[in-house]
Design a protein around this ligand. Structure first.
Ligand code: SF4
Length: 96
């Protein structure tokens, strides 16, 4: 059975993000548009891009399921992986 999501692989050279980016690499999941934590206090489940597909949003506020991030797809990710609902939001967060 394949995994729905996985954490970003970090290396010893990638442990910190410049303050201008915000966020935390170790908390980031593959498939996110940018590093987790870029919008403090928010989660992907609260973002309008979480679960958006063809103009419709498949997730609702408070939904606990994992969905692909539409922002990552807009930015060129060909096959975005699902991002957990409780992932810390990135800097591209937009409320639903
Ligand atoms: S906060 Fe929004 S744009 Fe950023 S990774 Fe999560 S769903 Fe995607």
């Amino acid at each position: 059975m394949s995994k729905n999501y996985e954490r970003l692989n970090t290396t010893s050279n990638m442990t910190q993000v410049p303050p201008s980016c915000g966020g935390e690499p170790a908390e980031t999941y593959v498939g996110m548009a940018h590093f987790a934590g870029g919008t403090p206090g928010k989660f992907c489940r609260q973002c309008r891009f979480h679960g958006m597909s063809k103009g419709k949003n498949m997730s609702r506020v408070g939904d606990v399921r994992a969905f692909p991030c539409a922002k990552a797809k807009q930015m060129g990710c060909k096959t975005p992986m699902k991002v957990p609902a409780n992932a810390h939001a990135c800097k591209y967060f937009e409320p639903k």
